[in-house]
Design a binder for this molecule. Structure first.
Ligand SMILES: Cc1cc2nc3c(=O)[nH]c(=O)nc-3n(C[C@H](O)[C@H](O)[C@H](O)COP(=O)(O)OP(=O)(O)OC[C@H]3O[C@@H](n4cnc5c(N)ncnc54)[C@H](O)[C@@H]3O)c2cc1C
Length: 461
């Protein structure tokens, strides 16, 4: 769809292939960047080469994130091969590795990313292409329903303000085009560099992770797994989606790890959900609307936040003046409990629900949606000051959640500090920030069942 594409440079060049640097959209199904590469290849009579580059020192990444991602890359390689598209794996600094493939490329395609580091890579690569290998270059936005700058040209105040803008464009962007197949098949003689056929274990064994957080036994990565998880959700859980906030149940889609690595298309998810809703009587309009609101509006609000707010990951830049003011007014309030990072990480608080949620996170790599809010709110309550609470929340969230280091990680934690929320009744420590407590959990949910579900999880040592 042309509205998802920005034609960055328009320069004629001769080459042997169309090069697609896959970074954000790590999939072969419903990937607009890959489809554009195939379309350009077919128009020019050239094959397509996809390059994936893995950094040895991706900030904050550990074995848990890498194994999930690399299981996905194994899928990508196999699926590309079956379509006659070339694939190379490279290991090192993005610009250095990519440069090895640029000289022989006739056109160059990137997918779009919104985090600071992703924007920086793309800026550096654009400068490299412009200065040394000028050629037709495209950026394709394939991981949101409505391209960010079409939805809004500024940082949005809340879900309400973005929702109206998304609603204006949603029908247009829900239309999906069929995936393309290349007319000219890839031949491995075309490039002599890079690696193929590596298993995720091979690559993991070459890495040197700072954190000792192992692979999740509960979530397998890759587009094949993503569709299995989605099918299970649509078939067995979607009808109960309005109960998703109950920690004792598991009625969420579990799409967040797959979305984080671009292993599934958000447009495909919502279209499949809509088809299911149309044919089934047991899925209510409300359930579909709520799913749409979380998957599209909330998620794209998070992307809007990181895209337009340079300080999305620094305490002084995450929230509104009223929230900073109320925190300043309550900074000296006595805290009933104060825990260190180590105590939080080892699940050593006095609160059985908080400890259970932390154990769930450490064990599975994905904390229940509702418990994420409670978890962060309590870190605010039990820490010396707000900035330390923010830093601890970001650190633990990003270390253990497979879907960590996402736009949603930054927006979700910022929300606990008032972002995209409103002021509430004033109280100790929280000031006007929304408050949550264990009584609320007990009143609304069967917390004994959540404790039962998590009782064999041991947490970090
Ligand atoms: C303190 C805190 C930390 C969070 N950290 C992360 C994180 O590291 N990574 C992450 O992906 N999400 C994070 N979230 C948002 C949300 O909790 C998760 O996206 C959700 O739990 C993922 O589970 P699911 O895919 O099964 O959800 P579902 O209910 O099935 O939702 C479907 C999709 O909608 C989106 N979504 C759902 N809830 C939200 C939300 N509140 N904000 C934005 N998008 C949403 C997600 O992409 C999700 O995959 C955080 C929220 C909070 C309050």
């Amino acid at each position: 769809m042309k509205e998802r594409i920005v034609h960055e440079f328009s320069v004629e060049k001769k080459g042997k292939y169309i090069l697609y640097w896959m970074q954000q959209s790590q999939r072969t199904i419903k990937n607009d960047a890959l489809n554009l590469a195939i379309e350009r290849g077919n128009a020019l009579g050239l094959p397509v080469l996809v390059v994936f580059i893995s950094l040895p020192d991706f900030p904050g990444a550990n074995e848990r994130h890498f194994s999930f991602m690399l299981q996905g890359i194994e899928n990508v390689e196999a699926n590309l091969k079956s379509k006659g598209i070339g694939f190379r794996y490279s290991f090192g600094k993005i610009e250095v590795e990519l440069e090895k493939y640029l000289d022989d490329a006739q056109e160059f395609i990137m997918d779009k990313g919104y985090l600071k580091i992703q924007k920086k890579w793309r800026d550096n690569i654009k400068s490299l292409v412009a200065s040394k290998y000028p050629m037709n270059t495209y950026m394709v936005e394939s991981d949101v329903l409505v391209p960010l700058e079409i939805a809004s040209t500024k940082e949005e105040y809340s879900a309400r303000t973005l929702r109206t803008k998304i609603n204006k464009h949603k029908d247009f962007f829900l239309v999906e085009e069929d995936d393309l197949l290349p007319k000219v098949l890839w031949s491995d003689t075309l490039v002599k560099i890079g690696e193929v056929g590596l298993s995720s274990e091979d690559i993991i064994s070459r890495m040197n992770f700072k954190d000792n957080v192992g692979e999740s036994k509960y979530f397998k990565g890759g587009e094949n797994a993503a569709y299995q998880v989605l099918d299970d959700f649509l078939k067995n859980k979607f009808q109960h989606y309005l109960l998703r906030n109950h920690p004792e149940y598991d009625y969420m889609s579990s799409m967040s790890p797959y979305l984080h690595f671009g292993q599934i298309s958000v447009v495909d998810i919502i279209n499949r959900a809509r088809d299911e809703f149309f044919i089934r009587d047991d899925i209510s309009q409300e359930a579909y609307d709520s799913f749409f609101d979380e998957l599209i509006v909330r998620r794209e609000l998070a992307m809007n936040f990181v895209y337009y707010n340079e300080k999305y990951d620094q305490f002084e830049g995450i929230t509104y003046p009223w929230a900073y003011e109320t925190m300043a007014n309550h900074i000296d309030d006595p805290r009933e409990y104060i825990y260190s990072l180590d105590e939080f990480e080892k699940c050593q608080t006095h609160d059985i629900y908080w400890n259970a949620s932390m154990k769930e996170l450490v064990e599975t790599g994905k904390m229940h949606t509702y418990m994420r809010m409670y978890w962060c709110k309590k870190i605010i309550e039990w820490t010396k000051n707000y900035e330390e609470a923010y830093n601890i929340s970001i650190y633990l969230n990003n270390k253990y959640n497979i879907d960590g280091r996402d736009a949603n990680s930054y927006a979700g934690i910022a929300w606990c500090f008032g972002k995209h929320d409103r002021a509430w009744k004033e109280r100790e420590v929280f000031g006007k920030l929304r408050y949550m407590n264990a009584n609320g959990l007990n009143r609304k949910f069967e917390m004994e069942e959540y404790l039962e579900k998590t009782k064999n999880y041991t947490g970090a040592e």
